[in-house]
Design a protein around this ligand. Structure first.
Ligand code: GDP
Length: 433
């Protein structure tokens, strides 16, 4: 998915623009414990193109001087985004701070769309001149509170998005390695690349600074996403927590499979669960790699304890496979490739309708649905439908009778019976006429 970033000084109305663009879709993000509530990104769709929007204004720093903060926001946008929306305020006109941002943005080759917000009056072309002096072309005059100009803005954004490649999707799995700083991501990339010393090539990614690396293991190809971003260290904004979410988000959205790394020598923190939550909300197959396991004593007991800790902290990631590794000592690194292969197979797996219905019937016999919303769920039949992730449609007496715990039970039954380890399963309930 492409990324669109909104930059601009405070008080130009970045977040109301942001909300307009994502149309305040309340996503499931809010309801998952451990997932960040502070929204700085959202999914948007316009003219059938889907993209992610980042509100860089949400990335604020305590105690930082304004100039530095603006610089960081603009640089993050330049680094992460495919298209940048530079927001200005009509009522206040151009300020020194706007010029400061413009100066940073001049350095990028990425498309920049100028939007002049808070433009609530009847327009005349003269209103644009001041803003055109920035050299980013004609601005789009908009009012996010009144919903004026938003369609034009989105037209311009979509026009500038990278073209979707229509070439047949090759089935080399794309793997994103995510995790908070210092869990060992770059060590893992180095080990994965070093395995069998068979680097095929570095593929230049869509965004300027992202580089994907193609690797080969047991004669199979894999792509590690955004290896440059993982390896490049020491940027001024490396320490910013929200930035590491964004970084992860970018990689996750481009990946087929996500490897979430945690440090096995430490307890799980909010930062771990927040990043894991991103992978979950983006519906990605996931492998949890517990790293630095070389340092852990009494390993057998520790494995059980760690697994329990993970299962309780990452409740929503029950489907994830857990692997204990040492990226540094290259121990059990191959297991990651094995898990990726397994997930790939699961994604291609089709379940016969007759077998699926047998499982459904048995599940209902063993554990009949509870009363919920004034009725009891009856599932008549179901079948798998064509989709990237395993997806099943079930025809029922009334979809409102589905209790989420019963849905989870069915999910677990299906997972258990068919071995869908590591992949999210989607269940859709439809009323049978
Ligand atoms: P990143 O920020 O997630 O990319 O983490 P790095 O790969 O830079 O690793 C952070 C630190 O942990 C470095 O000092 C690594 O040498 C160390 N480290 C990484 N993996 C392992 C491991 O498996 N075992 C041990 N003992 N140290 C590790």
């Amino acid at each position: 998915k492409s990324i669109v970033a909104i930059v601009g000084r405070p008080n130009v109305g970045k977040s109301s623009l942001f909300n307009r663009i994502i149309r305040e879709q309340k996503s499931i993000v809010e309801d998952i414990p451990g997932v960040t509530r502070d929204r700085i990104y959202g999914n948007a769709e316009w003219l059938t193109r889907e993209f992610l929007v980042i509100d860089t204004g949400g990335i604020t720093l305590a105690d930082e001087i304004f100039a530095k903060e603006i610089k960081i926001q603009a640089e993050i946008a330049m680094q992460e985004a495919d298209v940048i929306i530079f927001a200005l305020n009509f009522k206040e006109g151009l300020t020194d701070q706007d010029h400061m941002i413009a100066k940073i943005l001049y350095k990028t080759k990425k498309p920049i769309i100028l939007v002049v917000n808070k433009y609530d009056k009847k327009g005349s072309d003269n209103d644009m001149f001041e803003f055109m002096s920035l050299g980013f072309g004609n601005p789009i005059m908009a009012s996010s509170t009144h919903g004026i100009g938003i369609g034009d803005l989105l037209d311009a954004v979509v026009y500038q998005l990278p073209k979707v490649e229509n070439t047949q999707k090759d089935d080399t799995p794309k793997i994103a390695i995510i995790g908070k700083p210092n869990v060992g991501k770059s060590s893992l990339v180095n080990s994965l690349v070093g395995e069998e010393r068979m680097i095929v090539s570095d593929i230049a990614g869509t965004t300027l600074d992202s580089v994907d690396t193609q690797v080969q293991y047991n004669n199979k190809k894999y792509v590690l996403i955004d290896t440059a971003g993982i390896r490049k260290k020491g940027k001024i904004y490396d320490g910013i927590e929200k930035y590491s979410y964004l970084r992860s988000l970018g990689s996750i959205s481009n990946a087929d499979i996500v490897v979430l790394m945690i440090d096995g020598t430490q307890s799980i923190t909010d930062q771990d669960t927040n990043i894991g939550g991103l992978a979950f909300t983006e519906h990605k197959p996931i492998i949890i790699a517990v790293n630095k396991w070389d340092l852990v004593k009494n390993k057998e007991k520790a494995i059980l304890e760690k697994e329990e800790e993970i299962r309780s902290y990452f409740k929503y990631l029950q489907y994830a496979k857990i692997i204990f590794i040492s990226a540094h000592d290259k121990i059990r690194i191959g297991k990651i490739y094995d898990a990726v292969d397994h997930i790939n197979e699961m994604l291609k797996k089709t379940i016969k309708t007759s077998v699926f219905n047998e499982i459904l019937n048995r599940a209902q016999l063993v554990n009949p649905a509870p009363d919920h919303n004034g009725g009891r769920l009856r599932i008549y039949y179901g079948s798998q439908v064509e989709a990237y992730l395993p997806t099943f449609v079930m025809f029922v007496n009334n979809p409102h009778y589905v209790h989420f715990s019963y849905k989870r039970f069915l999910e677990n039954q299906i997972r258990l019976q068919f071995g869908f380890e590591g992949v999210p399963i989607t269940l859709i309930f439809r009323e049978r006429k």
